[in-house]
Design a binder for this molecule. Structure first.
Ligand code: PLP
Length: 374
């Protein structure tokens, strides 16, 4: 382990390619260069391949092929749903959100404010759970709003009860959008059972290619596309089909069936237990909530997190200060939990994956001990 280690614990930011994806890309990617919208045989073969993949992907998330369309990633999917034109065309004047969202959502919401859409925030507790009573009061006061929910938090791993929150919203005729990016592979996802109206997902968090996302729409006919062009995706999203990336999502989803979530959870639990026994008074953020089995967000008192990321990387361990998107800024999510900037600036996120193993965790713990306690 000590010889040139390469230990990747940043899987909520991006994962390495899933085995089936890697094999498929090596063997096939250069073959499938034609345009799936072309009428000739090569194009039509790709069109059929996409239709088949679309059915599998839809089935995997508990819906039908006609209810999903492919995008360049979850950020685009989220932008499509939280776009001013779509909301205005549907008479939606109020959007309910939380202070714990990924910046793909929080940036869209900030823009909505500039388009005269009122934005209200659902309260959360210090363990990152949204308050159902507050949501209930808000939707009663503002029926027909759009509510955007983060199913599983990318920084803390906290999991919301999406079905319960959605039922509260739908009772008041509110539309619900789910940012389900971090749920895929780690939690069961059945969109029709959950009852959401829209949902956004990404391929590169589960071993698919980057730049590949999917949007779910319960009523696609009522959707206003963000990107228009050549009529692809039944007019829901213009732009040449990226058949290889779509295949990567399908294969990655299939590979998640072989993830050993219990193994990941026990590695994570072992890690947290040991971290709490470091001499420094380390704390696990949102420890009391139901969290993704792979995510651990820890506070290391008086240890600047950005310096820690660099020091750990020097020793071959790759972790994050939180979302890859907020760079060096202390996490708005941790601040949304009520922690101050100084506290947030001393927090690290470890996000594990199926390919990690316990020797890597033990090595990381040794290094943490050396760096912090000595
Ligand atoms: N939402 C969440 C919860 C995420 O973790 C991410 C990625 O970090 C996104 C949205 C954006 O996804 P993408 O990188 O596919 O645009």
């Amino acid at each position: 382990m000590r010889d040139n280690p390469h230990i990747y614990f940043d899987n909520n930011a991006a994962t390495r390619l899933s085995p089936s994806v890697e094999t498929w890309l090596k063997d096939n990617f250069i073959t499938y260069y034609a345009n799936p919208s072309s009428l000739h045989l090569l194009g039509q073969k790709l069109k059929d391949m996409i239709a088949n993949d679309r059915r599998c992907i839809a089935n995997f998330i508990g819906t039908n092929a006609k209810n999903i369309f492919f995008t360049s990633g979850a950020t685009e999917s989220i932008n499509s749903v939280l776009q001013p034109i779509f909301l205005q065309e549907h008479g939606i004047e109020i959007v309910l959100t939380s202070r714990l969202e990924h910046s793909a959502v929080s940036s869209c919401v900030e823009r909505l404010k500039r388009h005269s859409i009122r934005v209200l925030y659902i309260n959360n507790d210090a363990d990152g759970m949204l308050c159902p009573e507050h949501l209930s009061a808000q939707v009663k006061a503002h029926p027909h709003a759009l509510v955007t929910l983060l199913g599983a938090n990318n920084e803390t791993g906290v999991v919301q009860d999406v079905a319960q929150l959605t039922a509260i919203c739908r009772a008041q005729d509110c539309l619900v959008h789910l940012d389900g990016v971090q749920m895929l592979g780690k939690l069961p996802v059945n969109l029709e059972e959950m009852g959401v109206d829209y949902a956004s997902f990404s391929a590169h968090k589960i071993g698919g290619l980057k730049g590949m996302g999917v949007t779910y729409a319960r009523e696609p006919a009522q959707f206003t596309p963000l990107i228009i062009g050549g009529g692809q995706e039944e007019g829901l999203r213009g732009g040449t089909y990226n058949a290889g990336a779509i295949r990567s999502l399908r294969l990655a989803l299939e590979d998640t069936r072989h993830w050993d979530l219990e193994k990941i959870a026990s590695m994570r639990d072992f890690f947290e237990c040991a971290v709490k026994n470091l001499k420094t008074k380390a704390q696990i953020n949102c420890e009391n909530s139901f969290r993704l089995c792979n995510t651990s967000n820890i506070h290391l008192p008086n240890q600047p997190a950005d310096a820690m990321v660099m020091e750990l990387a020097r020793r071959g361990i790759y972790v994050a200060t939180g979302s890859a998107c907020h760079g060096a800024e202390p996490s708005h999510v941790l601040q949304g939990l009520g922690f101050n900037k100084d506290y947030a600036a001393s927090c690290l996120r470890f996000s594990f994956a199926n390919f990690n193993h316990s020797a890597e965790i033990e090595y990381a713990l040794e290094v943490l001990h050396e760096v912090i306690d000595s």
